[in-house]
Design a binder for this molecule. Structure first.
Ligand SMILES: *[C@@H]1O[C@H](CO)[C@@H](O)[C@H](O)[C@H]1NC(C)=O
Ligand SMILES: *[C@@H]1O[C@H](CO)[C@@H](O)[C@H](O)[C@H]1NC(C)=O
Ligand SMILES: *[C@@H]1O[C@H](CO)[C@@H](O)[C@H](O)[C@H]1NC(C)=O
Ligand SMILES: *[C@@H]1O[C@H](CO)[C@@H](O)[C@H](O)[C@H]1NC(C)=O
Ligand SMILES: *[C@@H]1O[C@H](CO)[C@@H](O)[C@H](O)[C@H]1NC(C)=O
Ligand SMILES: *[C@@H]1O[C@H](CO)[C@@H](O)[C@H](O)[C@H]1NC(C)=O
Length: 932
């Protein structure tokens, strides 16, 4: 009783203080001067914004501003408390993707907001502030409890001043792809913070991220997906025991195992660790997290079977184990215990097998099932039968592509009333064509030319299916089509420009690997399309102009010709959405224009194998998100522009087979710290290799062949850890694109390497390739011992240089070596005995050196042809010359001396040589069931 009274008194005091503050400010009048200043502040804020959809129509005149859209006032004092101008549409829902631009407020954030002294809630999410920094003054809005600037295209460094917002409970800065921090210490000031969402903010410099967030006493939600985090620092005790949401997906942690503090977070409802590098079994430590509703472990390297304890997670609504290396079976009837499950994804675990258990028939909440790539060896009719009960009512998506399913498709399919995505591609299903997602089976789509189908499709995948040589006319009747995949479907027709211009919903169109022909001149009006691939067809003429909304364009391997300036420089001041631009293998000519300023989002640029000439433009340096830059096989000249320094996200650079000159820039090692593939072959580069090349810690393919490089390779070469350890390649060059049917398209990189005339596609395998080629240069001195520390190296090509001294004895430690070419050098001494340990070696060329003595005997070395050893003073099999019994000791000493005299350089090379090009960037199209 007295407690209630005390509370009432306390309330009274607060009211009294409030009243006093009003009278202090502007008398008792609600619309006093002081509040007029709030009206003024709102109007000034509005003045700096363009408002195409008139969302702020009510914001005018002298009426009650508390009634304006998005404004909430204290009804006692009239002060503005809330400003909620969240865009009604956002990127989290794909269906809204189009609408965002139409309803965004565009402009800048006027400092007049500072005059709203009582503001506690500010939500400006998914409006467009055009790349400005977060204004520092935001840190002075001390009453803020809620701040949401997600998806507002703000960029630059997050100002430390935000740390002054000690009342803040919600902070949302996600989906601002150019935002970064220099450290996160300022976060400690946010002592009231409960919800922190920094998804897609670059936190790579925040080494202390874990320590800082762990000290936030009230934190319940922590979302750090796609933040370029690399490391978990050790954590003695996890203080964030109240966390209910933890999202650390899409990072690149060096750590191989899930840190154990995660296991103690017993309140977790949402845990996402997908798209990292975790390996080993799915840790049993997770088994206490039985409250989980969402568990994402996808795209890691987990290799156990599906643990039984997982079936006790009866609250799970979302489970994704997709794209791991899981094995064992999915037969367990206990799967039926997951009674809350709505989205189940076990796909892309190619060692997982078994049959869909009957108990799944009782999982009545299932909306989406993805078992793509799991070996089910079941009949399609049995599967449809299991799901034909309550599952068929809710089920929206069923993906059983490449699942070893056989049999006839039955009428049961008709029971699935809500199914809008069915993918049965690459199975052994026979029979009539079902309506959607049939690509890859032995099904032929045969309909009359004037057929008008009785349905409206949202997505249609007929890839690798024979559809006929003509573009299907009935597609013109499909007004809701968003996704159309006709890759490799046997068509040879005119490019369907009329269809494209009238398909108002179409976002994704893949016509690759057909024989479409003709010219495309103008796609600027096709504004809804974000993905267009016409690769490997017979298209010709100039490049088409495109809409600035297009995110991915692949026109490679056609006969497009002419200059690209009209295309690239079109509306130069308008920012472009392009993330991937692939124009390789065409006949494009003239200079690469200096118009890259407006392509800030570009991550993949492939211009190889065209007829480009001239120098590289400076504006390439504005492509700060660039990951792949492929310019090989053109006639480009000049030096590598200094501005390229800014492209520090580069992981693959190929300028091979051009006419570039100059030194290899000294900043290469320092600026391209994430470089995995570096190809400079067949140019006119000269001078020494910069020592800083050793800083390229992730490097796996180094191809410097066929230049005029001189001197030697630094001894620090053993610092290239990418070549020391297998499997160190980061997967960050996977791209995510929004896709209809609430998923993403993941585009994985593929590199193709030519080895002895045979093309090998390295895709996933890129994880393992470690090659060095410095052949055909003017490199001298001997091969340093340090090179033999590069244990994961698979191939070395040092041929056609002036190397002297001995082959290091420890070369036998390089157990991964498959190919060695040291031919045409001045190498002397004997062939080290240890070479006979190289069990994987299948290509060896030591010819035309000054090697002496006996070829060590081992099945390994005798298996090679005599030509591997000719042009030396060697004896023994496989050479015809028999060995006399004297070995010169002085040779040995010479060798050692020579080694001592080596200045700190070493030669490394790729034996396989010829890394020709990188392509087929869009490897498998993978549907990711989550919206990033
Ligand atoms: C203030 O207005 C809100 C919304 O109109 C209302 O829910 C609330 O009860 C009002 N408070 C007072 C103290 O009048
Ligand atoms: C910010 O707003 C978006 C919608 O615009 C919402 O999805 C998100 O949850 C909000 N963030 C926070 C931290 O509340
Ligand atoms: C799981 O819970 C049990 C029982 O409460 C406890 O003994 C065990 O230590 C917990 N395991 C982990 C990894 O926290
Ligand atoms: C599944 O549920 C049944 C019945 O409730 C129970 O007997 C069984 O132990 C459960 N299986 C697992 C693996 O939790
Ligand atoms: C090689 O790596 C070590 C440890 O990472 C480092 O201390 C050293 O400076 C590096 N050397 C060169 C030449 O980069
Ligand atoms: C190779 O380099 C040496 C000096 O290191 C130089 O004298 C020689 O001319 C060079 N040869 C060629 C072909 O460039």
């Amino acid at each position: 009783m007295s407690g209630v009274l005390a509370f009432a008194l306390f309330l009274f005091e607060i009211l009294a203080i409030a009243t006093i503050s009003i009278s202090f400010c502007s008398g008792s009048s609600y619309h006093g001067d002081c509040l007029e200043s709030e009206r003024g502040a709102l109007l000034r804020f509005k003045r700096d914004l363009k408002d195409p959809s008139n969302r702020l129509a009510s914001w005018s005149g002298s009426g009650d501003y508390c009634a304006w859209t998005g404004v909430v006032c204290d009804n006692m004092t009239g002060h503005v408390l809330h400003l909620d101008l969240r865009n009604p549409f956002n990127y989290y829902k794909e269906s809204e993707y189009d609408a965002i631009g139409r309803t965004a407020l565009v402009g800048k954030i006027n400092p007049s907001l500072l005059d709203l002294k009582h503001l506690s809630y500010l939500d400006l999410s998914f409006n467009d502030f055009q790349g400005v920094q977060i204004p520092r003054f935001v840190g002075s809005m001390g009453n803020l409890q809620y701040l949401n600037l997600s998806g507002t295209r703000i960029s630059g460094m997050i100002p430390h001043q935000l740390g002054n917002l000690s009342n803040l409970q919600f902070l949302g800065l996600s989906s601002n792809y150019l935002l970064y921090v220099d450290n996160l210490l300022w976060l400690s000031g946010l002592s009231s913070l409960e919800h922190l969402d920094l998804r897609s903010v670059n936190l790579s410099k925040a080494f202390n991220w874990l320590m800082v967030t762990n000290e936030l006493p009230s934190l319940v939600e922590l979302r750090l997906s796609n933040c370029q985090l690399h490391h978990f620092s050790p954590l003695a005790t996890a203080n964030f025991s109240s966390l209910t949401v933890l999202d650390l997906s899409h990072n690149q942690f060096d750590n191989s195992f899930i840190p154990s503090w995660v296991f103690g977070l017993s309140h977790l409802l949402f845990l996402d660790l997908g798209f990292n590098h975790f390996q080993g079994p799915i840790p049993g430590g997770l088994q206490n997290l039985t409250s989980l509703k969402h568990l994402g472990l996808d795209s890691n390297y987990f290799n156990s079977s599906i643990p039984n304890w997982l079936y006790r997670f009866i609250h799970l609504e979302y489970l994704s184990l997709r794209n791991n290396k899981l094995q064992g079976t999915i037969d367990s009837e206990a799967l039926g215990n997951l009674t809350s499950i709505s989205r189940l994804d076990l796909s892309l675990n190619t060692r997982l097998e078994g049959r869909i258990p009957r108990s799944m028939a009782s999982l009545c909440n299932l909306k989406s099932i993805n078992l793509r790539g799991v070996h089910l060896s079941q009949e399609i009719s049995e599967i449809l039968n299991i799901f034909s009960g309550c599952v068929s009512i809710e089920l929206e998506s069923l993906d059983l592509r490449s699942s070893s399913i056989s049999g006839h498709l039955t009428e049961q399919l008709g029971q699935f009333k809500n199914l809008d995505n069915l993918d049965l591609a690459n199975n052994s299903i026979v029979g009539h064509i079902p309506v959607i997602g049939v690509g890859g089976n032995k099904l032929t789509l045969e309909v009359r030319h004037d057929w008008i189908p009785p349905f409206q499709l949202v997505a249609l995948g007929l890839h690798n299916c024979y559809v006929g040589s003509r573009f299907p006319q009935w597609l013109h009747s499909q007004k809701h089509l968003q996704y159309l995949n006709l890759l490799n479907s046997g068509m040879s027709d005119l490019f369907p420009i009329r269809f494209l211009k009238s398909a108002f919903q179409l976002k994704f169109l893949d016509l690759g690997l057909n024989q479409f022909h003709g010219q495309i001149t103008d796609l600027t009006k096709v504004t809804q399309l974000f993905f267009l691939s016409v690769h490997s067809n017979n298209m010709y003429g100039p490049l088409p102009l495109i809409s600035s909304n297009l995110v991915y364009l692949d026109l490679s391997n056609n006969s497009f010709s002419g200059s690209v300036s009209h295309y690239l420089c079109y509306r130069i001041n308008k920012p472009k959405s392009l993330i991937g631009l692939k124009l390789k293998d065409n006949s494009l000519q003239r200079e690469i224009p200096d118009c890259w300023m407006s392509y800030q989002n570009l991550e993949i640029l492939e211009l190889s194998n065209n007829k480009f000439t001239g120098k590289l433009p400076n504006s390439l340096g504005s492509l700060t998100s660039l990951i792949w830059l492929l310019l090989g096989k053109n006639r480009l000249s000049g030096t590598i522009p200094v501005s390229l320094k800014n492209c520090s996200a580069l992981e693959s650079l190929d300028v091979g087979e051009n006419e570039f000159v100059g030194n290899i820039p000294t900043w290469t090692g320092e600026r391209f710290s994430r470089m995995v593939v570096l190809i400079l072959r067949s140019n006119n580069f000269h001078g020494p290799l910069p020592t800083r090349l050793c800083d390229l810690a992730f490097l796996q393919i180094l191809d410097l062949a066929d230049n005029n490089l001189s001197r030697t390779i630094p001894k620090c070469i053993n610092n290239i850890t990418g070549m020391v350890a297998a499997n160190s390649f980061t997967r960050s060059s996977q791209q995510y694109l929004p896709l209809p049917l609430d998923g993403d398209v993941i585009l994985t990189e593929k590199a193709s390497v030519v080895s002895e005339g045979e093309a090998i596609e390295y895709d996933e395998i890129l994880n393992l390739v470690k090659e060095t080629d410095v052949s055909r240069n003017n490199l001298t001195k001997s091969i340093p011992l340090e090179m033999t520390n590069l244990k994961a190296t698979q191939s070395l090509n040092f041929s056609h240089n002036s190397f002297t001294g001995r082959i290091p004895e420890s070369i036998g430690a390089m157990r991964s070596l498959e190919s060695i070419d040291f031919s045409v050098n001045q190498l002397s001494g004997e062939i080290p005995q240890s070479m006979s340990n190289l069990m994987s070696l299948n290509h060896l060329n030591l010819s035309n050196n000054k090697l002496t003595g006996k070829i060590p005997s081992s099945t390994q070395l005798q298996n090679f042809d005599a030509s591997s050893f000719t042009g030396n003073d060697l004896c023994g099999a496989p050479l015809p010359k028999n060995c006399a019994e004297n070995v010169s000791v002085s040779e040995d000493e010479n060798g050692d001396e020579d080694e001592d005299s080596v200045d700190h350089w070493l030669y490394v090379s790729i034996a396989l040589g010829f890394v020709v090009g990188f392509g087929c960037f869009i490897g498998p199209l993978i549907f990711n069931r989550r919206w990033r």
